[in-house]
Design a protein. Sequence first.
Length: 233
Amino acid sequence: MLKRKVPDHLQELHLIHTKAVWRATDDLVRHMRQKNYLRKLSLVEAGLNDFSLVNLCEVIRTQKTLVSLDISWNQLMPNQMRPLLEILQKNRRLTNLNLSWNNIMEANNADEKGFAIHNEDIIMMLGKIIKHSKTMQHMNLTGTGLSSQVIYEFGTFLRRSRSVCVVHLSGNPGLSQENMEYLSTRVKCRTKEDIERFTRIQAVVKGVLRGQGASSNIITGIKVKVDRETAFT
């Protein structure tokens, strides 16, 4: 595959836990800089390094069809993640982003002044990704070393978000019980039972309406009933 240009018809590429050597991954990502119509890209535990990240940043910047990116479990360090976040904060096309189990922040930092500056930078970049994107729906930031201050700011990020529905923050040192309670109140999270209830009812109604070609106004009505906790009769 690497000896040819990326096929024009390729829309999804998933390399998951392949334990590929860094040179193969670097060649693959470099070839993606050619014109293509890739929509979903997963490079999970794929041996990403400084060279492949430079090419990946260029792919994200120029690729207009890419809507889903998963680079989890590459154990990238903060100095490697920073250029990626700087590109992602300007992206307005991604709907799904998985950065889990990479180190956005150092868990322990003896330099308090430097750590405070780093905190502010991460808050600014993650804030732009969440608040300014009109397409982002799902973000996985599990185990990325986020501090308590950064997680606290997610309350403001999500209240101002235009599209984000789900953010995973487990496995971060800053996710305290206090922060969890604050976020639940600040963001006005829907309880798990309500989500399951609405999803189940929505799936049934959509199945019926699909055959009849009816409009989605009924779905909207169901959502209102769920919000108001009224009975379905």
